[in-house]
Design a protein around this ligand. Sequence first.
Ligand SMILES: [Mn+2]
Length: 316
Amino acid sequence: MKKIDEIMQDHRVIGITAHVRPDGDAIGSCLGLWNYLTRKYAGRDIQVYLDPLPTKFLFLPGADQVKQVGDEERNFDLFITLDCGAIDRIGPAAKYFRAARKTVCIDHHVRMGDFAQINYIFPEASSTSELIFDLIDQDLLDNKIAQCLYMGIAHDTGLFQYSCTSEKTMRIAGRLMSTGIDYSGIIDMTFSARSFEQNRILGHALDKARLYADGRFVASYISKEEMDAYGVAAGDLDLIVSQLRVIKGVEVACFLYQVGASDFKVSFRSNGRIDVAALAMDYGGGGHIRAAGCNTALKPKEAICLFADRVKDLLS
Ligand SMILES: [Mn+2]
């Protein structure tokens, strides 16, 4: 696949989705692609299915068109999954994917195997939003498409800071800026601004953090009870693991939060020496070399000790 237009052909009914609990890149890539396709292929039925978007993303062009998968059965000519390394990560949209005539996966996650008919996978790309920029006809790039893609790239690169940021990433960001987007406003609205509650739970999680493996592994966790007490949801916790990662001397940061009666979601961040995608895969998860995750049914302290021992072994 060289360009998205090659696979559009005469397909009339097109669905787009990304992983559950979508982050900035998942939302930015879906909406960037939707704005492009609806501009170029007016009159076709083009839908985006995502979990309800956090309110901070609702200003983005097309955000008000995002739908949730309901009970209805639909047969798509073409179904495109974005920013998703495994089919079980698209949640309820999997039924549309399975019934679709043609399936496409565009992604930058490290993976075990391909699941779509057409796969466009570049783990070295900063973000799926960057890949969407490569795949569209750039002559049709407009302010709406650019707002979405810029937001997605900025989020997955930690504001152009992480090592996934390349010279090419910066050139693309510059091209997106040239359409006149409010690039600093987009960052303020979707990335920097944090509620009082988000800051308080961050403070609490940092207070609970402990160092392991001679200070090279740091971990903290938050229970459902604590989330309720602080009035926060899972989406309010994404700053915590990033803050743990920048602690001096730390190679791997780990943060867990409770998602079920005895289920915790685990996020890993690495400063480069340890491949946390491989680590997460050992526990049924996945992700990127420096940012990955999995789920665990262990008690959080037990899980942390297990991960700490693994990291210590990997570093020795
Ligand atoms: Mn991504």
